[in-house]
Design a protein around this ligand. Structure first.
Ligand SMILES: [Zn+2]
Length: 129
């Protein structure tokens, strides 16, 4: 699957250490609150990512910060040897563990997606090991 959220794309050149994106997430949400950012922009989502989130990703039990529905799904993008330039979209822990047992360095990006309104944001990046 070759679709990657914008944030992942812009982050890929910055190494593979662990990064937490909650601060950026909070800042974006407060900017939306204050009318500085159009919520439609935050809900701009690749149709394929939305489809995966709706049909395959498990619910996290969290409420969406924008539409307040309890419909947040977690999707991971894993980058590493033989996974291609666009990475691999992974929705289960079992598959993540399988990849982490392979040879080479892998990095996983955890993205939250609201299956109702399309809100999507990076939560964290961490090396798979
Ligand atoms: Zn939502």
């Amino acid at each position: 699957m070759q679709f990657v959220p914008h944030l992942v794309k812009s982050d890929l050149t910055r190494g593979t250490g662990e990064v937490d994106y909650r601060l950026q997430r909070r800042r974006l949400l407060s900017e939306i609150d204050r009318g500085l950012v159009d919520p439609a922009e935050a809900c701009d989502i690749h149709p394929e990512l939305l489809r995966v989130a709706r049909n395959a990703a498990p619910k996290s039990g969290e409420d969406c910060p924008l539409c307040l529905k309890e419909d947040i799904r977690l999707v991971a993008y894993v980058f590493g040897p033989r996974l291609g330039a666009g990475g691999k979209c992974v929705i289960s822990d079992e598959e993540l563990q399988r990849i982490s047992r392979r040879q080479g360095k892998f990095v996983s990006y955890e993205v939250e997606v609201c299956a109702t309104c399309g809100w999507n944001h990076l939560l964290r990046r961490y090396p798979l090991e």
